[in-house]
Design a protein around this ligand. Sequence first.
Ligand SMILES: Nc1ncnc2c1ncn2[C@@H]1O[C@H](COP(=O)(O)OP(=O)(O)OP(=O)(O)O)[C@@H](O)[C@H]1O
Length: 243
Amino acid sequence: MIRTEALEKHYKQKLILHGLSWDIKSGESVGITGPNGAGKTTFLKLLATIEKPTGGGLYFEEKPYSTQVKRIRKRIGYIPQEISLFEGLKVKEQINAWRKLSAQAIDEVHVKNMMEVLRLNEVMDRRSDDLSGGWKRKLHLCIGLLHKPEICLLDEPTAGIDMAAKVEIIDWLKKLNDSGMTLVYISHDWYELEQLSKRLLLMDEGSIVFDGGKAELKHLPTNEYSRELANIVHAGKKIVVHK
Ligand SMILES: Nc1ncnc2c1ncn2[C@@H]1O[C@H](COP(=O)(O)OP(=O)(O)OP(=O)(O)O)[C@@H](O)[C@H]1O
């Protein structure tokens, strides 16, 4: 569905993504993890058409991204980490404002369904500024998916919220994936990675250093982050991390 070929991104003269070759099929769920500054957000922004590559190829259904940006934006939902909501609006007003701003047709049944599943109906008349972090995060996710995208790109979708809201969001994303939505998300949270994906991507210093299932994690390259990750995955078991 999406394929990258020796994908590069420079900021000024600095090479941030070092030639990433990767692909994802429709219906997959891929969790991207790795140390701070590894290039995860930059990679997601390129997949989301927010940033343009400075080298290599980026393809959607085997056609270059550059020839079909509008079409890709209709089919992709990109949800950045920073929550952006209008100040002073109630939850229902937020939804309506974003609905009006959307350049795409909105499926009302889909919106109603999201509101129900995420229980946003319960806080419809509350000002979003007064909501807890968990509710704000759910509202932010709901707004990002108003246009019912087929592919959802999420940058740390459960960062900074309590466990109950986290579990609710993870269960919801899992259901969306089970019903066919393709997921690519960034996470530092092992519970989330474990629950949501069979396939993991580990990035380090602008490269993909691991792409595969959890059982294959013992073939990770040696570095502190992968050693730590492998230890979490194989909790209780001693594993050797190969060079
Ligand atoms: N707009 C920008 N201009 C210049 N440099 C940038 C820009 N955006 C990101 N970078 C640099 O690119 C590198 C990768 O950043 P990126 O945010 O993609 O990493 P990350 O793996 O997502 O990190 P984190 O886990 O901290 O979010 C960092 O060195 C960052 O400073």
